[in-house]
Design a protein around this ligand. Structure first.
Ligand SMILES: Cc1cc2nc3c(=O)[nH]c(=O)nc-3n(C[C@H](O)[C@H](O)[C@H](O)COP(=O)(O)OP(=O)(O)OC[C@H]3O[C@@H](n4cnc5c(N)ncnc54)[C@H](O)[C@@H]3O)c2cc1C
Length: 451
């Protein structure tokens, strides 16, 4: 999004009223620009956008405008971040992060990306507990959807939240603070953008640490399933990549935290797989230049925990993504159920990644109260075919109560999805209390959460 504040009026419903409201806020016209998500598969339904530079401007906007969605970095693949009415961008808020070395927290602007925050923390001797596969996403957008990395002892990125500064629909400040286990925090952190506009996020930090990663190629699926627990326990963060062809795990990425009680002994052969002799992309055919350093070379946590480097286009580019979270103890069952669909999946797939995540207490977290294994699909950008196949995958995983990633593509019926979140009715009540008129709701939230 361009730095300067701009506004473009789409001819549709409510445009007239939002125009006058935004004009009152001093928004200026500029070149029309269609807002799309990162993958380009979703063109957002309005170009009405206002940008706020301060909390006062956010409050003013919330009091004067109708329905809106707060924009993150637009990396979701579904319509959770879309709006037919208007967007509020916080990219012009540029406060420096505030580090509290005693409390071991950092407080950042909601729109700050992990890619900007991580080196800032490292320079001061601190680290976050984990990162997603790419660092380009905003902190508020990531924690609002339960974004995760890997590592059986690592909760998702939302579990690092120690506080949120949130403005309600009425423009009132709502500070949510608290240690793990505090109900307010548990209710609000994975909030899907439905509770209000987050302006600041406070995250737990820890002393900086170093990581090295090793990649193994071609592990027989049978060996990967039989040794699943040992493999997951062998690193701080472990990812299995497969294209589901030939009952084979194409690559296993082990991210070892240096100084771990049991260091990873990178043997040339391991569970039938061979240690890679060069850096690899998760899709082996693609060049590894945009991937983080491998081959056991130690480096700062933020240059090893994501798979993709900041400053490079991450992943494969033109793609779609889906992901389903299952109980960790049923990993082999879930992976085998998906494998049975391999002939239908592989032709549409770029790559699957299988990760483990520690359970948490966050009401709408896909890992709520269960240690989880997440089966992720990076698809070719062929939505009609993927849309036709997803119900088969969801049906195969239904006995395992699969929960879809909030920001990725799924076809599950809303009632089924709702049945998998026991705290959802309480969340709905909370959202209605802070946003009685549904200012922050969009079609996605109406369908899956509030219907
Ligand atoms: C290439 C790629 C790799 C990915 N890798 C991973 C991965 O490894 N693990 C994983 O779990 N996910 C992954 N994702 C998914 C991604 O992490 C999520 O979609 C995440 O939500 C992206 O954050 P965002 O800022 O782009 O959110 P957006 O898509 O911009 O917004 C998401 C939601 O958050 C809300 N929101 C954003 N900012 C605010 C705010 N300030 N106040 C209130 N609400 C707000 C929006 O309204 C919306 O509802 C990946 C996505 C891509 C494109």
């Amino acid at each position: 999004m361009k730095k300067r504040t701009f506004l473009k009026i789409a001819g549709a419903i409510g445009a007239g009223s939002i125009l006058s409201q935004l004009e009152q806020l001093g928004a200026k016209s500029a070149v029309p620009e269609k807002l799309k998500n990162w993958a380009g598969n979703v063109t957002y339904s309005t170009e009405n956008l206002v940008s706020a530079k301060s909390v006062a401007e956010v409050k003013d906007c919330l009091r004067k405008t109708g329905k809106l969605k707060v924009l993150g970095t637009r990396h979701c693949f579904n319509t959770i971040a879309d709006s037919k009415d208007g967007f509020l961008s916080l990219t012009e808020m540029h406060d420096a992060p505030v580090l509290d070395e005693t409390a071991k927290t950092v407080t950042v602007d909601a729109n700050m990306t992990y890619g900007r925050l991580a080196p800032w923390l490292e320079d001061r001797g601190f680290a976050l507990h984990n990162l997603a596969s790419l660092p380009h996403i905003s902190v508020a957008g990531a924690v609002s959807t339960g974004t995760h990395g890997s590592g059986e002892k690592n909760g998702n990125l939302s579990t690092a939240v120690r506080g949120l500064e949130l403005l309600t629909a009425a423009g009132e400040e709502l500070g949510i603070a608290g240690e793990k286990g505090r109900e307010g925090r548990n209710a609000a952190v994975v909030g899907l953008g439905a509770l209000g506009a987050i302006t600041k996020v406070t995250l737990a930090v820890q002393p900086a640490f170093a990581v090295r990663q090793y990649v193994y190629e071609n592990m027989p699926l049978e060996a990967a399933l039989a040794g699943f627990d040992t493999i997951q326990a062998s690193g701080y963060s472990v990812s299995l990549f497969t294209d589901w062809r030939r009952k084979n795990v194409n690559e296993v990425w082990i991210k070892e935290r240096i100084g771990a009680a049991t260091p990873f002994a990178a043997k040339p052969e391991w569970f039938g797989a061979k240690l890679a002799k060069k850096n690899l992309h998760p899709i082996a055919e693609l060049g590894a230049e945009n991937c983080t350093e491998q081959m056991g070379v130690p480096g700062p946590w933020y240059q090893r925990l994501p798979h993709f480097k900041m400053g490079f286009t991450p992943s494969a580019g033109k793609e779609l993504q889906s992901e389903f979270f299952l109980p960790r103890g049923r990993a082999a069952e879930g992976i085998s159920a998906v494998e049975k669909l391999n002939e239908k999946i592989s032709p549409l797939l770029l790559i699957t990644e299988i990760r483990t995540i520690a359970g948490d207490d966050l009401w709408l977290s896909p890992c709520y109260r269960r240690d989880s294994v997440a089966i992720h699909f990076t698809w070719q950008q062929n939505w009609p075919a993927v849309k036709a196949l997803l119900p088969e995958i969801e049906k195969a995983l239904a006995p395992l109560d699969a929960r879809p990633h909030w920001g990725k593509l799924f076809t599950m019926e809303p009632a089924v999805l709702r049945s998998r979140y026991e705290r959802l009715p309480e969340f709905v009540e909370l959202a209605k209390r802070h946003d009685p008129a549904g200012k922050f709701r969009n079609e996605f939230l109406d369908r899956y959460i509030f219907a």
